[in-house]
Design a protein. Structure first.
Length: 365
């Protein structure tokens, strides 16, 4: 009994030490980033910070050249925005990032959009260029098609923002949407540190960018993937035929519809990242809970949207609905098909006309 008690005590102490060590390790970056806001920049110990990695494996440079970018980065506060243009979470952050570019670019901030693609069509520079123009992005964007820079940052998320000070140390790291005021305060502080170090006279930090933040539905339907590889272990395809990798499958009308699952009908080819319609027409049904619905698609098609067995009305029509209840898909990317003020459960039916139409995901807000 005594030996068992002794063993238990030793084990408890070991666990306690382990937890304490992990807590210290995870808090180091956050403490160093946050506690220095508004502090004396000459007293900062940077031994706990990592240097930002080099931009590696870049396939294309947009809004810049390799030589121009290298020169611009010297001595600047650099915000690295890891994003991809069909990611709705990334898109929602862009108004803030472009506003910061307008506000702080001439004060020593350089924003670099690191475009790390999720889907193959996002590797095409013309597609990324269209999104740059659509969202008013004037700062440099580098296309990380093979995800080498993504890996150099040890990243796993879209979007993610890293901010490096003028000496290249990563001083801030934020995953996903939100945290905009905190992020801007870090930008202001690092710009001040830079100006102090360089002996530049700068005006005091101004007010923060004021943009209304998107409010997510708490219990919304998760992102639904149409590719068999992307959908692994998610149990999102409700049809009895299931996923059949790289095969052509004729999906039948379902007997019942379950929440948070999708049901195609017609003849579709199963790709690892999408489904491709091989019949002239097809349908997709799903029962979802959200206030916003987006789809990521490619190839030309006409989509008729029905909500609760009725044609989509202006009350729920998304920003990309062409007319009435119809969406015309022409360019590969994300389309907003439903927008409403309040979250609710709805039965959606999409009637597709257009052989070759591809659908990759549904995303919800």
């Amino acid at each position: 009994m005594k030996s068992e008690i002794k063993t238990a005590i030793i084990l408890a102490v070991a666990i306690g030490v382990g937890i304490a060590a992990i807590s210290v390790a995870f808090s180091t970056l956050d403490q160093a980033s946050v506690t220095n806001i508004g502090g004396d920049s000459t007293q900062i110990d940077k031994s706990g910070f990592k240097k930002a990695p080099d931009l590696v494996g870049i396939a294309h440079y947009l809004n810049t050249t390799p030589e121009e970018l290298a020169q611009e980065m010297e001595g600047k506060v650099v915000l690295y925005d890891i994003w991809t243009y069909s990611c709705i979470n990334c898109i929602r952050t862009l108004p803030y990032i472009t506003a910061w570019d307008d506000k702080y670019a001439d004060q020593g901030l350089l924003i670099i959009g690191v475009h790390s693609p999720e889907f193959e069509f996002e590797k095409v520079p013309e597609n990324v260029q269209m999104s740059i123009e659509k969202y008013g992005i004037n700062y440099p964007v580098v296309m990380d098609n093979d995800m080498e820079t993504w890996q150099a940052f040890e990243n796993r998320y879209w979007p993610r923002k890293y901010i490096a000070d003028h000496e290249g140390y990563i001083r801030y790291d934020h995953i996903g949407e939100g945290g905009y005021q905190e992020t801007e305060k870090i930008i202001q502080q690092l710009i001040k540190e830079r100006s102090d170090a360089l002996g530049i006279q700068m005006a005091s930090a101004s007010s923060l960018v004021d943009i209304e933040e998107f409010e997510h539905t708490l219990f919304r339907t998760p992102e639904l993937y149409f590719g068999y590889y992307f959908a692994q272990n998610r149990n999102q395809l409700g049809s009895e035929e299931g996923f059949q990798p790289e095969k052509i499958v004729t999906y039948q009308e379902p007997d019942k519809i379950e929440l948070h699952k999708f049901y195609p009908t017609g003849t579709w080819k199963n790709h690892e990242d999408s489904m491709e319609l091989l019949s002239e027409t097809g349908e997709i049904k799903l029962l979802y809970n959200a206030k916003e619905v987006n789809i990521v698609t490619a190839n030309n098609a006409e989509l008729e949207i029905y909500l609760d067995d009725e044609p989509l009305t202006s009350q729920y029509a998304g920003h990309d609905i062409t007319s009435g209840n119809t969406l015309s898909v022409s360019e590969p990317g994300l389309y907003n098909i439903v927008t409403s003020e309040d979250s609710a459960s709805h039965m959606m039916e999409i009637k597709v006309k257009g052989e070759g139409f591809q659908i990759f995901t549904f995303t919800f807000g």
